[in-house]
Structure formats: structure tokens, C-alpha cells
Design a protein around this ligand. Structure first.
Ligand code: UD1
Ligand code: UDP
Length: 365
């Protein structure tokens, strides 16, 4: 079978790793990088660390408004589909790269396979929610990470081609956690952070918060960003914050001192796993990181009004917080009763890549 796979943003490189390896054993995959993320530490580092094959095409669309970015991708992906004539096209998640790939293929009657189908925040103002809904409605195979996602699709009348495969990010964590530990334990993580960043103080495992902030609903509102960073300043432990380029560009405008925040450049996946597994708590608005915290048994506070990953809320492993200094501080200082409870495994058996691969081989044209 010949498949075109579209990736373009950081979490998509990570998700693509196990599937590409498995699918290529007996099939042909044309890997297309849209160029949505392009900095070395937002893109190349993941290909190197996770052994993802080099993309066959890089569309180099770069940054821009939603319409411009998606439109450029759409035009170029359409051209590629015509040249390559694949049996199907695979997209991951909910970014502009996802939507452009799905739309281009659907219009040319090429079967669309959507990994991470069915997720909903029920907040249609989020660009990701728009991308997800539209992608799901033109997809032929809807590969869901959870039963909740299957149920969400059913409520929208989508039942054909829907399958719960488990979450491919769980596969990636299971494959890499031991590699990450052996690479970064015994203080090596601090030395490595110091090689790439200035002013890294002495830090110990479980004595820091790990934070990430990049969601448009938080970063595009200066007041919200101010509340978030003010809360970070007042936390009872230092906050390690690998800063997304979107947020980097915005915090310079904030009139705020950052004494308790250790700003670092975006890190590779293996370092991120180490930082997540060893944090006292993760504080984030990322989708993927909420789940990784859960898989690694690190409590999480999510700085959003909704989450698509409702399973992580059970027993208080993950708690949502609205964007207000006092609420954030109260939420991160909660009693961590969750540590007493086992976590129900609601994200599959760690072999999502295999289930996805089998489903696609049955579902291609
Ligand atoms: C995108 C996704 C979001 C996902 C996130 C993962 C959409 C609509 N959003 O958000 O769902 O959670 O990726 O990280 O697709 N920039 C750089 N260098 C880069 C990439 C981006 O400097 O390599 C800067 C540019 O100023 C750009 C801004 O970051 O305008 C935002 O990038 P963009 O890809 O548009 O959205 P993300 O916030 O990364
Ligand atoms: N991540 C990483 N380095 C970082 C920040 C995040 O490797 O500096 C990883 C993180 O562990 C997760 C993925 O990137 O696997 C999440 O991406 P992001 O938060 O950008 O997007 P989202 O999941 O919100 O779409």
C-alpha cells in the first residue's frame, strides 16, 4: 500500500515515530512535512532522537495567519497527491497541517485516515476544535485514542470507520522512558540544560514544577499571560519552562520579573520525558503533556477551562484551573490525594501503532 502521511508540528513528529517504523516494514510511506514548525528545536531534534525517517517532501509553508498557512498547505498537498497518487492519506491530531491534508485528500477522493479522531473540547473558538471537527467529518477511518472519542463521534452521527486503537502517544512514552532515564539521570539532565541555557540553578528531582504555555486562548490575551506568569512567580518551587516560540515572542512585552521561572529553550523529547517524570507537578495548557504527565504518574494542573483528555481528571491526577493568579496557586497547592490511587488504563494497550497500521491496511482503497 502507498500512503501519504502529513506532519508539520511538534506533537505530530512524536506521534508519527512508531507508526512510520511499523508501516514501512511492508508498505510505502511518503512522509510530507508541511514546514509549520521549522526551528531546529521544534522539528529536527525529534527526527534525530526518535529515528523518524527524513521527510520525502518539505513544503516549507512557515508561519502565518490561519488562512494563509492552511491555504498554502492545501495548494501544495493537492499537487503532491496528484503526483504521488497514493492509496490513502494519514493525518495526526488537530493542527492546521491536519486540516489541510484531510481537505486536500478528501476533495480528490483519496481515503483520509485520522489518528486522534473524535476528541472534543466543545469550545468552538479553539482553532484545534475547528480543525478536529472538520477533519473528522471528511475522514474515512477515524482512529480514536479513547472510548470517549468514539462516543463523541457517535453523538455527531459518525459511526462508520470508527475504531478505538488506543493512544499512540502512550506507545511513544513506553518506548522511550527507559532510554530517557538512562540518558539523563544522576544529574546529567542539569549539565545538559546548562550546555544550552544560561543561569540554570541547582535543582533536584521532584522539587520543581514543569510548565509549558502555548495555547492561543492563553497567549493571545495579554491579561491571561500576565496572570499565568504572575502565578508562576509566586509558586513554592522553581518553575522550569521550556518556552514555545509563540510565547517567547509575547512575554517580552509583559512587565513582569521572572525570578522563580527558569526559562529554557524548547527541549528534545527524551529530555522532556525526564523533566515530566521527575517534576513535582506539571502545569500546562498542552494537550500532549497532560497525557504524558498522567502516563508517568506526575500530577498535572491544566490551565484551561476544558480538556479533551477527560480520563486524566479522574481521581484528581489532572485538575483544570481558570486563568486567575489565586485559582492557579490554590490548584497547584492542593493535597495530592491522587498519588494514593491507581490509574485506570484508559489509553489502550501501548500498541496503538500496530492497531492503526492494521486498520489502515484493511481500509485503504
Ligand atoms: C500549533 C497548533 C497547535 C499545537 C501546537 C504544537 C494550529 C492552529 N496550532 O500551534 O494546535 O498545539 O502547534 O506546538 O495548528 N514559531 C517559530 N518557530 C517555529 C514554529 C513557530 O518561531 O518553528 C512561532 C511563529 O511566530 C508562529 C508562532 O510560533 O507564528 C505560532 O506557530 P503556529 O504553528 O502557527 O502555531 P502554534 O502555536 O505552534
Ligand atoms: N515537548 C517537547 N519539548 C518541549 C515541549 C514539549 O518534546 O520543549 C513535547 C511534549 O512532551 C509532548 C509534545 O511536545 O510530547 C506536546 O507538544 P505541544 O505541547 O507543542 O502540542 P500539543 O500537544 O498541545 O498539541
Amino acid at each position: 500500500m502507498k500512503l501519504i502521511t502529513i506532519i508539520g508540528a511538534r506533537p505530530q513528529f512524536i506521534k508519527a515515530a512508531p507508526f512510520s517504523e511499523m508501516f514501512r516494514e511492508e508498505n510505502e510511506e511518503i512522509l510530507v512535512h508541511t514546514g509549520q514548525h521549522y526551528d531546529t528545536n521544534m522539528s529536527d531534534v525529534f527526527f534525530d532522537e526518535l529515528g523518524i525517517p527524513r521527510p520525502d517532501y518539505n513544503l516549507e509553508v512557515g508561519s502565518g495567519s490561519h488562512g494563509l498557512q492552511t491555504g498554502r498547505m492545501l495548494e501544495k498537498i493537492e499537487e503532491l497527491i496528484t503526483i504521488e497518487n497514493p492509496d490513502g492519506l494519514l493525518v495526526y491530531g488537530d493542527t492546521n497541517s491536519t486540516l489541510a491534508g484531510a481537505l486536500a485528500a478528501s476533495k480528490l477522493h483519496i481515503p483520509v485516515f485520522h489518528v486522534e479522531a473524535g476528541l472534543r473540547s466543545f469550545n468552538k473558538r479553539m482553532p484545534e476544535e475547528q480543525n478536529r471537527i472538520l477533519t473528522d467529518h471528511v475522514s474515512d477511518l477515524l482512529l480514536c485514542p479513547t472510548q470517549t472519542a468514539v462516543n463523541n463521534l457517535k453523538k455527531e452521527g459518525i459511526t462508520i470507520g470508527v475504531l478505538n486503537t488506543g493512544d499512540i502517544m502512550f506507545d511513544v512514552v513506553l518506548r522511550n522512558i527507559e532510554i530517557s532515564k538512562s540518558r539523563y539521570s544522576n544529574g546529567v539532565w542539569i549539565d545538559k540544560l546548562r550546555e544550552k541555557n544560561e543561569n540554570i540553578p541547582s535543582l533536584k528531582e521532584k522539587e520543581y514544577y514543569l510548565a509549558t504555555i502555548h495555547r492561543a486562548e492563553n497567549t493571545d490575551d495579554e491579561m491571561k499571560l500576565f496572570e499565568i506568569f504572575s502565578a508562576f512567580e509566586r509558586m513554592d518551587k522553581p518553575v522550569i519552562l521550556p518556552i514555545h516560540p509563540r510565547t517567547r515572542k509575547l512575554i517580552d512585552n509583559l512587565d513582569i520579573k521572572l525570578d522563580n521561572v527558569i526559562l529554557i529553550k524548547p527541549v528534545g523529547y527524551l529530555m522532556m520525558l525526564y523533566l515530566t517524570a521527575n517534576a513535582y507537578m506539571v502545569v500546562t495548557d498542552s494537550g500532549g503533556l497532560q497525557k504524558e504527565a498522567y502516563f508517568l504518574k506526575t500530577p498535572c494542573t491544566t490551565l484551561r477551562e476544558q480538556t479533551e483528555w477527560v480520563e486524566t481528571l479522574e481521581n484528581g491526577w489532572n485538575v483544570l484551573s481558570s486563568i486567575n493568579i489565586d485559582t492557579i496557586l490554590k490548584t497547584v497547592r492542593r493535597e495530592l490525594d491522587c498519588l494514593k490511587y491507581p490509574q485506570p488504563m484508559l489509553f489502550g494497550d501501548g500498541n496503538a501503532a500496530e492497531h492503526i497500521c492494521n486498520a489502515i491496511l484493511k481500509g485503504g482503497k
